[in-house]
Design a protein around this ligand. Sequence first.
Ligand SMILES: [Zn+2]
Length: 352
Amino acid sequence: MDEGLVLALDLGASRLRAALVGPGGTVLARSEAPSATERGAAAVLDAAEDLLRSVRDPGGRGSEREGDDDARRAAGFPRRSPLAIGISAIGPLDPIAGVIIDPPNAHPSFRDVPIAAELSRRLGLPAFLDRDTNVALLGEHAFGAARDVQDVVYLTVSTGIGGAILVGGQLLHGPDGTAGELGHLLVDLDGPPCGCGARGHLEGIASGSGIVRAAGEAVRAGTGGLLRAAADREGIDRLSAVDVAAAEDAGDAGAAAIMERARAAFAAAMVTIVDVFNPTLVVVGGSLARGQGDRLLGPARDAVCSAAFRTPGRRVRIVPAALGDDVALIGCLPLVGMRLPDMTGNAAASGA
Ligand SMILES: [Zn+2]
């Protein structure tokens, strides 16, 4: 895997990004465009093809950044061809068939899109797909916070909450590919609605969207003076989780209650995760987790100490992610390494 180059594609909710990823997870070239799933499958596939060609054929449409040219030279970037395409995408998806099923807020034509087969045909390379959180976990496992650890749970806390599970060095997919959707752990029987339609899920309380929903309710109910001021300034529909966290820092009791509930829900979910999966390591990424740091992870560690089963609670370490925004691009390298036989001359070490 260390010798190969792969083309990486990250289809997110708002951005479509492509990169050429080389040894050690180095990003050698990159390009991006709006995600545009609302414009339909054909438009997304065309845009993905264009981006992948632009990073594969530097000098063509040349959209790689200046700094990456240096990385390319430093890595002794050879004029070798990539071995395969790794694709990270929002779910739900079928990782083995390489099909994106029906992402939220997408155009009606964006259903059951065989993105791996289609990009494989267009670029003339094998292509492999997995959910963004699974690819991120593979990236952290290969190059980040989870190196040399075989039993890992990954959580990302930002607008939504996603997760992924590595058991004995293997991704846990389940028969439908939905294993590890940890944002939908039930943490409060009487809790608020979640984006998935159910109530009381972790994501509905502890994600950016859950925090914003609670802040809107607080403003409408007349609590939270600083939240009220932020809502007046920006419009109640434009409040962000960052505004709520800032209001908490400035001493707003309503905002503090919302953030404390989010952290408590996250901590409760962590207890369940540790008890169910007995991980050696839990890696927490995402912009909201990055902003909160130990304010989010500290209560989760405390809850595991006091409320998880003693043996797995003593073992587990809960740490921040190491790779940042490029994690899903970098993770495409180990994704291909797991799925493409003979990438290094060896058979693929791990199954699908
Ligand atoms: Zn849910």
